[in-house]
Design a protein around this ligand. Structure first.
Ligand code: NAX
Length: 332
């Protein structure tokens, strides 16, 4: 039998955490033959709720779950973890702007970075979910210099999956037939969902989504807007933000990263920019990536038209601003 993998979930008593931990314990993240030990971190006000989650995990009698660490101590939480899913953060409440929560999240991600750097297992893979996800990941990278930049990523897979689902509805094909959409840039309303390179698998082979839709105007306007605003629509409907789809996307992200992407398929991940597609090096920017042997690489050579170029630049601009805002919080 395989040795258990230690998976940390921060903010585990929150709503994404509640949806995510049972998925991990069921093998959705790392596969049905991979035992796991769950490390769950939250803060003092949520300590009782966290205990409750631990009790439920025990009661669910998951065969793959070999242990649970539930704690409010960051060091204990990070000890020996192979995978860290960072969901904990200071929420953006109604009437607040992203920049209002920046100082709080900068200090949280600075502390979590140091704990991971000192106590995580070597080669620990990190996924930042909490918003502002891309910028929290930059702060984490800054304060955990010994963790390779290849190992620090942020979640844009939910946006990617939303884009797949919109194409599937529009073309009336099953979601599993659609692939290779791209979410470029920031996990925010400036993200650019791009279906110009996407394909649909049909009985007569692969067809281009762009040809099947035959309406660039729709791809440029409604499609982009629906994907960008989907999170808000869910809040309106549920009075709570996306949780089960976010948890599922986090599992997809880690599963593809660790176990690989299928041949001919790419996915979107927020990763360290090496300057590909003219994106400022050092930003954490969502790119199309393929994964093999536990490493992602940015898909190269896609043709970028003028429309896409402008959208990709605009979201990069926003990330540059967020980054400088985050660094200015550090100096306060
Ligand atoms: P909740 O407020 O339900 O849960 C957050 C949890 O984090 C709470 O239990 C809180 O006590 C805990 N927490 C706060 N500070 C902490 C700290 N310093 N250490 C450890 N835990 C801490 O939010 P939820 O709906 O679960 O969302 C979590 C985060 O995901 C938010 O930042 C949210 O904006 C972000 N999202 C990101 C998405 C993405 O695609 N990247 C999509 C979904 C979601 O909106």
């Amino acid at each position: 039998a395989k040795d258990p993998v230690r998976v940390l979930v921060t903010g585990a008593a929150g709503q994404i955490g509640y949806a995510l931990v049972p998925m991990i314990a069921r093998g959705i993240m790392l596969g049905p033959d991979q035992p796991v030990i769950l490390h769950m971190l939250d803060i003092d006000p949520a300590a009782e709720a966290l205990k409750g989650v631990k009790m439920e995990l025990t009661d669910a009698a998951f065969p793959l779950l070999k242990g649970v660490v539930a704690t409010t101590d960051v060091v204990e939480a990070c000890k020996g973890v192979n995978i860290a899913v960072m969901v904990g953060g200071f929420p953006c409440k109604e009437g607040m702007q992203r920049k209002d929560v920046m100082p709080r999240n900068v200090s949280i991600y600075k502390a979590h970075a140091s704990a991971l750097e000192q106590h995580a297992a070597p080669n620990c893979k990190v996924l930042v979910v909490a918003n502002p996800a891309n910028t929290n990941a930059i702060i984490l990278k800054e304060f955990a210099p010994s963790i390779s930049e290849k190992n620090i990523t942020c979640l844009t897979r939910l946006d990617h999956n939303r884009a797949l689902s919109q194409i599937s509805e529009r073309l009336n094909v099953h979601i599993s037939a659609v692939k290779n959409v791209i979410v470029w840039g920031n996990h925010s309303s400036t993200q650019y969902p791009d279906a110009k390179h996407a394909t649909v698998t049909t009985n007569s082979g692969e067809k281009s989504v762009r040809e099947l839709v035959a309406d660039d105007h729709w791809l440029h306007t409604e499609f982009v807007a629906i994907v960008q605003q989907r999170g808000d629509d869910i809040i309106k409907a549920r009075k709570l933000s996306s949780a089960l789809s976010a948890a599922s996307a986090a599992c997809d992200h880690i599963r593809n990263w660790v176990l690989g992407t299928p041949k001919g398929t790419w996915v979107s991940m927020g990763v360290h920019s090496d300057g590909s597609y003219g994106v400022q090096p050092g930003l954490i920017y969502s790119f199309p990536v393929t994964c093999q042997k536990g490493e992602w690489s940015i898909v190269q050579g896609l043709k970028i038209d003028e429309y896409s170029r402008a959208k990709m630049d605009a979201t990069a601009e926003e990330l540059i601003e967020e980054k400088s805002l985050a660094y200015s919080c550090l100096n306060e």
